[in-house]
Ligand binder design. Structure first.
Ligand SMILES: Cc1ncc(COP(=O)(O)O)c(C=O)c1O
Length: 423
């Protein structure tokens, strides 16, 4: 076939993921037999972070019981009911099963929410760094307003930053806990953004116009550490419920990225429209996985026991790296990190522009620092420009999903040596 055959505009212009590019480069080195610490992937090594046995067994039981036909289009009722009850039990917002839509992980839900509320030419506002909103906007032929967030705000956006744009936007996409930051909203930050949306919508609804919607991606909400509190917009301002969808699922909380079960909760009429859209994509979670997840969530105490362990193991690693970078900073190296609050990520600052590497390369941008990390330090991190930030910004995402505890001091030592070799 002729490779140059023309296809749709969208398919020809869709940008590849920078995270996957970096991952590919790392894989090439590994295939050549080189040693490199790969801290780029937002996934788990299941030999370190195993999927709960109860969940796996429940899925296998469902397969063996013959539940291998089509699932119900909006999700198996048992799963929607148990997900709603689970959320309530942990102090989350109150939703009923018809306000929940299940799909094959979180991605189809995000895609279908965009599809449901964004028309071509509409404007989507999202903070950067953030995960994949540029791609979802592109797929919907939307214009974008990207708000660069600040390290002093833990890369969380503020109402003040959104205010000048609110009258122009159809959708605001927020993520907390944040991928890539590993940080969460403070109560007042979130409260002020809810207030902004509610005020804007009062105006729009009185003029019979489409409201501004909120996507609240909280896929990491169960992975929070220390004092970091999980805050949900509906718990802060219940009136926002009419305008928002939340994203949840088993991928990250239960180290089950390959099982493909996610759910969204929101107003019933929007959920119905999202479900109708996904019917044509067929992005349902397999029925045995849905029934297995339903049975697992019902065993509340066991789920909490698993989560306590999962959180402990993740926070040990995040704090190990955090303390290591703080130690390097105290030794005078131009590095820093933000205290880990949630998810499996640490924000790391490598302020190395203007330095020269032993191989004679100048480090003039985050791109060149990323290459130096892979080629010379042999530790791969994801730069924040892969999440839409400027490549002037020397911040990086470090993922601990595949990090063994033993490796942490070795990696920090590798940094100490490499940093001291820079001129
Ligand atoms: C913020 C965020 N939302 C959604 C997803 C996708 O989750 P899933 O694998 O369940 O589709 C990811 C995956 O990395 C993510 O980081």
């Amino acid at each position: 076939m002729n490779n140059k055959m023309k296809t749709s505009d969208i398919s020809e212009n869709l940008k590849g993921s920078e995270i996957l590019n970096i991952g590919g480069k790392v894989r090439e080195l590994l295939m050549k037999g080189e040693k490199i610490y790969n801290l780029t992937i937002g996934d788990f090594d299941t030999s370190i972070f195993s999927t709960p046995k109860l969940l796996k067994d429940a899925v296998i039981d469902a397969y063996n019981s013959g539940y291998t036909n089509y699932p119900v289009a909006n999700g198996e009722p048992e799963l929607r009911k148990n997900a709603a009850e689970y959320l309530k039990k942990v102090g989350g917002p109150d939703y009923i099963e018809n306000e929940i839509l299940v799909s094959a992980g979180a991605r189809p839900l995000i895609y279908s929410f965009y599809r449901t509320v964004v028309d071509p030419g509409d404007t989507v506002l999202f903070p950067v760094p953030s995960w994949n909103n540029d791609a979802y906007s592109f797929l919907n032929r939307a214009e974008t307003i990207e708000i660069p967030t600040k390290p002093e705000n833990k890369f969380i956006p503020t109402a003040e930053e959104i205010l000048p744009h609110i009258s122009k936007v159809s959708l605001i996409a927020l993520c907390s806990p944040l991928n890539p930051g590993g940080t969460v909203f403070e109560r007042t930050q979130l409260e002020e953004i809810c207030e902004l949306i509610l005020n804007e919508n009062k105006k729009r609804l009185s003029e019979n116009r489409k409201p501004v919607y909120l996507l609240f991606d909280s896929i990491y909400w169960q992975l929070n550490y220390g004092d970091a509190e999980f805050l949900h917009p509906v718990l802060i301002r219940p009136e926002i419920k009419d305008f928002m969808i939340s994203i949840d699922g088993i991928s990250k909380a239960f180290s089950a990225t390959g099982l493909r079960v996610g759910w969204a909760y929101g107003p019933e009429d929007i959920i119905k429209k999202m479900s109708a859209l996904l019917t044509h994509v067929g992005a349902w979670a397999p029925k045995p996985e849905q029934l297995g997840t339903a049975a697992f969530l019902a065993q509340f105490d066991e789920v909490q026991k698993y989560l306590d362990h999962h959180r402990f193991e993740l926070s040990e690693r995040l704090n190990g790296f955090y303390n290591g970078f703080k130690q390097l900073k105290s030794e005078g190296f131009s590095v820093d990190a933000i205290k880990p609050e949630a998810a499996l990520y640490l924000s790391v600052n490598l302020e190395l522009k203007g330095k020269q590497t032993p191989a004679g390369k100048m480090l003039n941008s985050a791109r060149e620092i990323t290459d130096w990390l892979i080629d010379e330090v042999r530790v791969a991190l994801v730069p924040f420009y892969a999440f839409g930030s400027s490549d002037e910004l020397c911040w990086f995402r470090l993922s601990v999903g595949r990090a063994s505890l033993d490796d942490i001091p070795k990696i920090i030592e590798t940094f100490r040596k490499s940093l001291s070799e820079l001129k």
